[in-house]
Design a protein around this ligand. Structure first.
Ligand code: MN
Ligand code: MN
Length: 165
């Protein structure tokens, strides 16, 4: 079985970490592969609080990847915001809500919508694939939506973010 590493952007925010965990959970259930969540830096206090509240462990830190790594990116699609060595790794999948910055050498799954939070898109992927969301993951996803939309007040917040939260 191929191992896939999932991670968000450097200086991780709550969406980067929670979408990493939700993505790893979803892909593990869908693909039956080993899909491992990582973080690219120290967690902020808000993210620590969310993980503590829903009793989820912090992902391990990832410092670099190489040409032997299959990776999935969440909450960013920009190598300048990613881990060292990312140019050499195999980007297999992206789930993101930012503008598109990525050029790939091979065809990939690239899932993007102009919504307020990556976790909103992930919720839709769970539903499309008929995968149940456990209460811990649901709690993390809600935390990310609240955080990224600044409690539904950000200009990027959409009706879908509110409804799905
Ligand atoms: Mn982010
Ligand atoms: Mn985000």
């Amino acid at each position: 079985m191929e191992k896939v590493l999932v991670f968000g952007h450097k200086s991780p925010d709550t969406d980067s970490i929670c979408s990493t965990l939700a993505m790893a959970n979803l892909q593990t259930k869908l693909r039956g592969e080993e899909v491992i969540p990582y973080r690219l830096g120290e967690l902020n206090e808000e993210t620590k609080y969310a993980l503590k509240t829903f009793e989820v462990e912090e992902p391990q830190t990832l410092t670099s990847v190489d040409e032997n790594c299959d990776v999935a990116l969440v909450d960013n699609n920009e190598f300048s915001q990613s881990v060292s060595g990312i140019e050499k790794a195999h980007v297999k999948m992206v789930v993101d809500h930012h503008k598109i910055k990525l050029e790939t050498v091979e065809p990939i799954y690239f899932i993007t919508e102009p919504l307020g939070c990556t976790c909103t898109i992930l919720y839709k992927l769970y539903k499309q694939n008929e995968v149940d969301i456990d209460s811990q993951t649901a709690g993390l996803m809600l935390s990310a939506i609240i955080s990224d939309t600044l409690l539904f007040k950000s200009p990027t917040c959409t009706e879908q973010d509110k409804e799905i939260a």
